[in-house]
Design a protein around this ligand. Structure first.
Ligand SMILES: [Zn+2]
Length: 138
């Protein structure tokens, strides 16, 4: 399995475009046989493209031991990235819910302040009327 693909490693000039006439992109293999080995390929390589443009950029790892170790490290990094993503998501969700609660409290405070402003406004109007009437009576 590894021999057929590794035989495709060659030193002729790398392709710039694929069979679909799209510019090739640098990609990284994540398979157990070619962990982290970079290649140039079709932009749709991982999306079921029938395009066969493929060019290894890196040489194959020298033996199965290195391949296994690199693959294990790759999996470990992925696992840690997932843990970090989960932790960030949990922290984000907590912050969001805290902020939503604070927003509710602030909205209630705003409502109360508006209500008390309304009350004081009516009180001022009432006192002005009292003063006005007292001035008329004198
Ligand atoms: Zn293509």
């Amino acid at each position: 399995m590894s021999s057929s693909s590794s035989n495709r490693f060659r030193r002729d000039p790398p392709p710039t475009h694929c069979e679909c006439e799209e510019p090739v992109i640098l990609q990284t293999s994540k398979t157990i046989n070619f962990p982290l080995r970079r290649f140039l390929g079709c932009v749709n390589y991982y999306h079921g493209s029938a395009c066969e443009t493929f060019y290894w950029v890196d040489p194959d790892l020298p033996n199965e031991y290195y391949k296994k170790e690199v693959f294990k490290l790759m999996k470990k990094v992925k696992l840690n990235e997932n843990k970090i993503d989960e932790e960030l998501k949990r922290s984000f969700d907590f912050e969001r819910s805290t902020m939503q609660k604070q927003a509710v409290v602030l909205q209630m405070e705003l409502k109360e302040m508006k209500a008390s402003i309304g009350f004081y406004r009516k009180l001022v109007v009432f006192l002005c009327m009292v003063v006005f009437i007292l001035l008329l009576v004198k």
